[in-house]
Design a protein around this ligand. Structure first.
Ligand SMILES: [Zn+2]
Length: 70
């Protein structure tokens, strides 16, 4: 099982889609809590890191594209 890695600016896919229909979120702030912004409707939410890691399915696009694919 690969460890989930994510960083500021990454576009991630969540397990549960946002009510607007999009399940892509951009990480716009990192810290004790993580702020993510819905790509579909631009709504942003602040969630605890542990919850984010649990709810995140995968990183769709890294902000730093150097290590995108193996
Ligand atoms: Zn949305």
């Amino acid at each position: 099982m690969e460890r989930k890695t994510f960083e500021l600016g990454d576009i991630v896919q969540m397990k549960k889609p946002h009510p607007c229909g999009s399940n892509e979120m951009e990480i716009i702030r990192m810290g004790m809590d993580i702020r993510i912004k819905c790509v579909g409707c631009q709504h942003s939410v602040l969630i605890p890191r542990a919850k984010f890691e649990k709810n995140m399915k995968k990183v769709l696009r890294h902000a730093n594209t150097n290590d995108e694919n193996p």
